[in-house]
Design a protein around this ligand. Structure first.
Ligand SMILES: Nc1nc2c([nH]c(=O)n2[C@@H]2O[C@H](COP(=O)(O)OP(=O)(O)OP(=O)(O)O)[C@@H](O)[C@H]2O)c(=O)[nH]1
Length: 133
């Protein structure tokens, strides 16, 4: 099974990261994730991130770097989740798609009920910032 490429945004404010809860109507409803979505044909990861963050929150943003990726097999599909560091440039966050969003301190990230593909990315993120609980 070929993995579906999905881009996920790490948006930081001080010691907090923006996390989003999937809508209860959607697959993996109420699980926490990094905002983002599937890469469209002929789109770069940077374009995908900027598009998804505008669709999901109505904000303008810019990709600053790449954290890493994790491929996860959900049984019915396989996703390759690629996490990018993204800077919020302008616009108030409007919650257009998700159930809710919140800014979570590094020390609390591991306590969330994450979408399974995200767990390895959360570990990578904590390593990246040198955070040890
Ligand atoms: N955006 C996002 N998707 C994730 C994460 N972790 C994870 O397993 N996924 C999975 O990756 C896929 C992305 O789908 P999505 O529904 O968010 O993206 P989309 O808006 O482009 O899709 P759609 O237009 O088909 O609904 C889903 O299967 C979702 O469950 C994550 O951290 N962020």
């Amino acid at each position: 099974m070929k993995a579906i490429p999905v881009c996920a945004a790490i948006i930081r404010k001080g010691d907090r990261i923006l996390v989003a809860q999937r809508n209860h109507h959607d697959e993996l409803g109420l699980k926490w994730e990094f905002p983002g979505g599937k890469l469209e044909p002929n789109e770069t990861a940077e374009e995908c991130m900027v598009r998804e963050l505008f669709e999901e929150f109505g904000i303008q943003s810019k990709v600053k770097g790449f954290l890493g990726e994790n491929t996860h097999d959900y049984g019915n599909k396989k996703v390759c989740l690629k996490a990018y560091f993204v800077e919020h440039l302008s616009g108030e966050f409007q919650i257009r798609v998700h159930q809710s969003v919140k800014w979570v301190h590094y020390s609390e990230l591991k306590d969330l009920d994450w979408a399974p593909a995200d767990i390895k990315l959360v570990e990578l993120l904590l390593d990246h910032y040198g955070y040890r609980s």
